[in-house]
Design a protein around this ligand. Structure first.
Ligand SMILES: [Zn+2]
Length: 115
């Protein structure tokens, strides 16, 4: 796997996710002006009620994806990208091409899902 290409894919995906997340936050009225990522858990009830559970779920999903992308970018920097975080075997290029942020090989992923 060409890590320069992977890095590009991860960064553009990350930018897209960050954009989506920001737009969603704004539509929910939870975005704070200017200060970036201050998500108060003490958000007042009116706003909390206003935001639907669907959007909350979507935001969680986006945040999770962003974390995965950040972790993958960190692995590129560390020189361990393309290596399964569980068993240290090389993740096949086809899998990385389809899922550039995937932290582990298919075997370990399956194990994680079934445990
Ligand atoms: Zn593995």
């Amino acid at each position: 796997m060409d890590t320069a290409l992977a890095k590009e894919a991860l960064q553009s995906e990350r930018a897209r996710m960050a954009f989506d997340l920001e737009r969603l936050q704004r539509s929910l009225g939870t975005a704070t002006s200017g200060s970036g990522e201050r998500l108060d858990s003490g958000l007042d009830d009116a706003v909390a009620t206003f935001s639907s559970e669907l959007d909350e779920g979507l935001m969680d999903e986006l945040r999770g994806t962003l974390n995965e992308l950040d972790a993958a970018l960190a692995r590129i920097v560390a020189g361990t990208y393309g290596e399964c975080v569980e068993c240290r075997k090389a993740i096949p290029d086809a899998r990385l091409a389809a899922l550039p942020a995937s932290p582990c090989c298919i075997d370990c992923q399956r194990r994680a899902e079934h445990s």
